[in-house]
Design a protein around this ligand. Sequence first.
Ligand SMILES: [Zn+2]
Length: 501
Amino acid sequence: MSQNAPGVSRSGSLPTLGDNLELTAGAERRIGERIAASIYRDRDYIDDPVLEEYVQTIWQPLIAAAKARGELSIELDERFAWELFLLRDRTINAFALPGGYFGLHLGLIGAVSSRDELAAVMGHELSHVTQRHISRLMTQQSRQTPWMIAAMIIGALAASKGSQAGEAAMVGGQALAAQSQLNFSRDMEREADRVGFGVMTDAGFDSRGVSSMFEKLQQASRINDNGSFPYLRSHPLTTERIAEAQARLQLAPPAADKAVGAAQDRFFHAMMAARARVLADPGVDVLRTMVAEAQRQPPPVQAAAQPSAADIRSAGVFYAGSLAAARLRDFQLARYFAGRLGALTANTPAAGKVGLLLLEVDQMAGVVSPSASGIDISKTASRADLLVQSRSLLAAGRAKEVGDRLLTWVTAHPKDALAWQTLAVAYGNQGQNVRAIRADAEARAAQLDYTAALDRLKAAQIMMRSNPGSADFMEGSIIDARTRQVESLVKEQALQDKLDR
Ligand SMILES: [Zn+2]
């Protein structure tokens, strides 16, 4: 593409740019997939089913609202991934990537005070993609091949955190990386603010989340940006942006009165934000501070059916204290704080997640959870429940039940790498090694590592041939078919790499 006019790839036959000089959705998705593949291999990428499920409760309504408003076209909806990556990073940041991939730092989830604030940021980022800002930016870079653009963004992501793993990933994009990932223009930022506001309010979030998020960022910029607010660098708070947001708020219809629901949401959010702060790996000293804070917290008097501000705060303190204590390997204290949280959240929608916290504490302690005996996983519907419960049941020697339920799950969700990985363990525990290797292969394929997936599928084929009793006919033909499919994906990827370079 570099030497040719836009619209014609180097091969001269495969157009990558549309007539309007916008990158086609397919070309943008391929660039995104290359970046996604490198994020999956990054040690800071974290698939935490509990947090993932929580952010999906914000993300899915935003996407639905963008569709209903006509901001998100049917074509883009089908072509793009619309996938969120959680990143183990304490700084406050969220960003959109080509092809409908998005990054969300745990630091951001840990710092916002409500799901409305998170929805404000996510709605803004979503709108950068639906308004095709990324494709316009990349078109401006049309002297560069898609491969170079992907390398540049991967390099910029790595540089923005400066980890060692990141340095290794800096291929050829170093100079460009210095000028940061994707620099949207002022007009694009204003458009993302405007569209994002409409999307988040249509999705049912409280529009005041925008102003409280702005206040938070403003405070941070006043104190001094010590590098923990990368979001501020890519999104400077101009007086213009703030004024426009305030004007929009005044015009917005008043938020419907859903006081009880809103309080319950904040209650649950406080727990999830606490979880994000602990999973962000804050270091031993911070974990100890969290434990100390939970120790000072008075025990709850009664369950908080209508949580007060103090209850909401307590929920966060007990959740953080429990998980932090478990990380410091004081499991008794961890269970004690989880018990306090259980008393506070009894009969509220948040109670189920306290049960998961207790299961996790037992998993970290390496003991079979007493509450595991009451779990009927065949009835479990939520992904977070399923994956956390699976681990507990595997520890309790109930691999058959876990395998059966997870097989149904991956049939409906074939791109769920963590579910495939857990299924591989369930098969392995039952001595079904061919199935275990195939499940592991599917986990790799789901994370776009087709070469590794193919290696494993071939290993499964060798095992079947050397030991004919190791897999039944059905499993054998699935493996042969998948090997052929993945083989052609590997070839396709290599060919595309060549064209895009
Ligand atoms: Zn922006």
